[in-house]
Design a protein around this ligand. Sequence first.
Ligand code: NAP
Length: 497
Amino acid sequence: MICVTLGRTRHKMVIAEHRALAEEGAELVELRLDWLKHTPDLHRLLVDRPTPVIVTCRRAAETGKWRADEDQRLTLLRQAIVLGADYVDLEVDIANQIRRYGDTRRIISYHNFKETPDDLEEIYADMLQLDGDYFKLATMANTPEDNVRMLRLVSEADRPTIGFCMGELGVPSRILCGKYGSPWTYATFSSERVLAPGQLSFEEMQDVYHYDEINAETRVFGVLGDPVGHSYSPLLHNAAFRHEGLNCVYLPLRVPRDVLLPTLKEFENLEIEGYSVTIPHKQHVLEYARYPDESVRDCGAANTLYKNPQGKWAATNTDYGAALQALRDGLKRRNPDDPELEGKKVLLLGAGGAAKAIGLGVVRAGAGLAVANRTNKRGKEFAEHLNCQYINWENRGTVLADILINCTPVGMYPNMDDTPFPQHWLRDGMLVFDTIYNPETTLLLKQAREHECFTISGLEMFVLQAADQFECFVNQPAPVDVMRETLRRGISPVRLN
Ligand code: NAP
């Protein structure tokens, strides 16, 4: 179950949003009395309530907004119980001051906004001595491993225990706590109104992660990176799992660079079965995978870890194959009689991770490659490694290329008025591949179409690499069209209508 936390300054707004949430299917709502500007009118909030509620009134010490007298706060909580609130949230230090009465269920809560303390188990054992029906622990995650400790505690609990970590590092535990037995998780009314660090919106919990369908058997996957907050991979993979009716969930796993290897070891406790890997871990992650395939050995980097049939970690690079596939599809569209890369002249902009994978594929396929990069030193080293031509960044317009590939972030959201290749350098009939996928149509692609060039969007590559990952994860073909449409809608919400 998802409990949606409602914090508004006016009663009228609380009541309106509570109704709206009930209509959207919310089963439990937490009313944060401390947010109200005027003295809370509990009768007004509780009478005719459209869903069961938890009544909570947080002090400043727990980052709440309650600034008035503590006695007044306790009186309010007692009043909520007398009025028959379904649940009341009582911090550990006040639980003994509020008597049990009627059917109101008591949640004994512990918050720690600094850390997930080493003595978490002792704290929990002390909480169990108090008169509670539910026990709630919310602690700040300072390392990804804190999620594992918290979820272990939840899974071993004999009494109903809601446990998760806060902060961006704690997001996995908010999504996974139900799998380990937590009676509910918390979400916000909307992504603009986060009441606690790391909280996801009700919509995301429902529509992206399908929280209510996660259970003990749910298989877990995720994207490893830092940052991962803006990754579209969870949207894509969860949509694909759902479409295929698979009991799987895919999480954003923010893992700082310096703790990657110990974190992967710790995550074994969560039985995560596969990872997409993004910046900055694509090379470092190879130390964890015993079985790199040819694409990984060629590129020196992996974007996917998955368990092979023997249950060992294998690594692959689906960027490589996806980019080549997208290029071949583009060539076929340009001239069905000449779909091969062999013999074509390719100009590649950039010398980073994406350029490395694509450049290698292009050379392998027998195309003539020229590389241009903003920083000469890096670009020259890259060109030497591939044994291809290097062009100074300023001279990139002089290359008479059949195919132009942008592997720089120039033109990416929010800098959508930029292009890495001025329009007057484009040649009619060229095939232009921009690896950027947000937006789908960059300025480079727009201008290329005006020149009657053929174009390939990075969206296609992104979808194809994700589809290949999906196949590695669950050993069945990916619903590529569903993934493509999901990404399109995610990138430009206006298209939803
Ligand atoms: P990266 O390793 O950081 O490399 C970035 C490259 O872009 C470097 O060569 C850098 O040049 C160049 N660059 C950065 N800012 C520039 C600027 N203002 N002007 C000119 N050159 C600039 O990044 P990456 O992982 O290769 O990613 C590059 C692009 O590929 C991103 O836009 C990403 O969205 C896209 N990508 C797409 C997919 C997909 O599936 N569609 C997959 C991976 C990547 P310096 O050497 O001078 O710094």
